[in-house]
Design a protein around this ligand. Sequence first.
Ligand code: NAG
Ligand code: NAG
Ligand code: NAG
Ligand code: NAG
Ligand code: NAG
Length: 341
Amino acid sequence: MPSHFALICAFALAYTVPLATYAAASCKTVDLRQEWRTLSDDIKADWLAGVKCLASLRHHRLSLTSQGTELPGLHSLYDDFAYTHDALDETAHENAYFLPWHRWFVHLFEESLRQKCGYSGPIPYWDWTLDADDLFASPIFDPDLHHGLGQDGDCVSSDCTIRDGALSRQFTLAFPVPHMLRRNMSLGDPPRTASLNGAHIANVSQSSTPGDFFTFQYHMSRAHNHLHNFVGGDMATRCPKEVPEDLCTHSYASNDPLFWLHHAQLDRLWSKWQSAHPENLHAFAGYPLHSHNLSNPLYDVNASVGHWMHYDRLSVPIAVAQVFNHTAAPLCYDYAAGPNE
Ligand SMILES: *[C@@H]1O[C@H](CO)[C@@H](O)[C@H](O)[C@H]1NC(C)=O
Ligand SMILES: *[C@@H]1O[C@H](CO)[C@@H](O)[C@H](O)[C@H]1NC(C)=O
Ligand SMILES: *[C@@H]1O[C@H](CO)[C@@H](O)[C@H](O)[C@H]1NC(C)=O
Ligand SMILES: *[C@@H]1O[C@H](CO)[C@@H](O)[C@H](O)[C@H]1NC(C)=O
Ligand SMILES: *[C@@H]1O[C@H](CO)[C@@H](O)[C@H](O)[C@H]1NC(C)=O
């Protein structure tokens, strides 16, 4: 496809991560991702400092348009992920590309943390099945100002802005308007968090028909939505109060760093499912789960492993087949056993 190749070359200079990264034929090392609660306080603090470092590096961001016009004002390297997530929202959710797209998106974030902010430790995931019985009491919501991700926001007097944890200081977000991190935790009415339960997840993973990626991914997508909605605020893309409800249509959930831990967990569950049966590693299929804007040229109703997934200015497009084996280049990571494994 010469036209597609030309497009890649034309944009190559604008991407954040060097193209050489993708050319690597084999892994130099295979990084082990670890469950958040198994990390030492020092490593947690380092990871949070890395996140805050990305949020402090500001630049003029180019839009997704082919002209690459500059968005007004300064945005951080951290904000870039929220803009990208929003721009590619429809191509990456509620369809066949959900897990593959996010696998590469989380990888890009890791690369950024390592290359721009010198983070060298393990990438954490949050195994929320360990906390599903009482999500509010999860140790992930730790108020410590150095190594904690913080607790619920204050919805009574400060529009759900978080009050504690390392992210309550020196961590500002640009999208959709400049604000501090917000959370508004709620189980929903009726509670919609049964999809996060460990027995349910184990059943979904073990009882599924080999190779039935569609059904497995459907359950992952539901658990995904429910956890986002439980955390609320930025994680659920609920806008700050200055944005009128009818203009609050964007998708910037990666504003909350919990996003990375949550998606690493979904990725890990996919990884476990992939290795549970020989037919699962390359299993891929699916029509959209819900109707979409089919006039969007980036959206492909006929799912294919050769489909190029787009990442705005963060990366060259990546084909689904390139992300199936995460212990191989260019991904080069694996998962350490969790606390109960
Ligand atoms: C917080 O969440 C609750 C329950 O979903 C909702 O009723 C309330 O309006 C939210 N508060 C804010 C300020 O968004
Ligand atoms: C486990 O999954 C099977 C097949 O999807 C379903 O029929 C069964 O009800 C599930 N069991 C539990 C305990 O969730
Ligand atoms: C659908 O996507 C196209 C291309 O991105 C866009 O121009 C159009 O406004 C979108 N339509 C709706 C209803 O969102
Ligand atoms: C999807 O594939 C089917 C069967 O090959 C074809 O009939 C249909 O036109 C395709 N749809 C799109 C939007 O490409
Ligand atoms: C994934 O890639 C690694 C590194 O190339 C290889 O050793 C391993 O066998 C692959 N896994 C599968 C299931 O093919």
